[in-house]
Design a protein. Structure first.
Length: 192
């Protein structure tokens, strides 16, 4: 392994936390695609064109394998800059000003947003399905949390509960809390 690659390993744990264990471009979470091994360190300004920034932390972006592959060493030439064909910088640009992220398939609002969506394929079927699944899981977690809170209220207020009813509620709360945590691990935080 090259000396350069070894230096990147030093940055990756900090980048993972800074970007909340998700791709800064498409917002794919680590658990959705196999953990941190499916994530790379992208150089926003490509190292081939900006070798002086290779180890500059603020030029590093936590990126899923796909976004990193689609972006590669892209940097706009003069004409592309005039046409605003450059990829948004997750560290500096307010993504929601440029990209409509309210639906499952994202769409550009500005020229920069449209180019970013096109270049990184942020409107792909795979990403749309992943976002839809994530939304479904979030709703399920909310429903489960509401049922847990309801059971806790019944347990707290239930002076007239029999010991078997009390035990049943306690078991339900414990089991659903475990299930909720399992669902959360599928979309939030680190996988490994």
């Amino acid at each position: 392994m090259s000396n350069m690659s070894k230096k990147y390993r030093v940055y990756k744990p900090k980048l993972r936390v800074e970007f909340s264990h998700r791709c800064a471009y498409c917002e794919t979470r680590e658990p959705e695609i196999g953990g941190s091994k499916s994530f790379h360190i992208d150089h926003y300004k490509p190292k081939k064109l900006f070798p002086e920034l290779i180890y500059t932390y603020n030029n590093l972006i936590y990126s899923c394998r796909d976004c990193n592959d689609y972006k590669r060493d892209y940097w706009p030439n003069r004409l592309e800059r005039l046409l605003k064909k450059f990829i948004l910088n997750p560290r500096k640009d307010q993504i929601n000003k440029h990209i409509n992220t309210s639906g499952f398939a994202w769409s550009g609002k500005t020229a920069q947003g449209k180019w970013t969506v096109t270049k990184l394929r942020l409107d792909s079927v795979a990403l749309s399905l992943r976002r839809e699944d994530r939304t479904r899981l979030k709703r399920k977690i909310q429903q489960m949390n509401a049922m847990i809170e309801d059971a806790k209220q019944r347990l707290h207020m239930g002076r007239n509960l029999s010991s078997s009813e009390r035990q049943s509620l306690e078991n339900f709360i414990e089991e659903e809390t475990k299930n909720t945590e399992s669902f959360k691990r599928k979309i939030f935080g680190p996988m490994d």
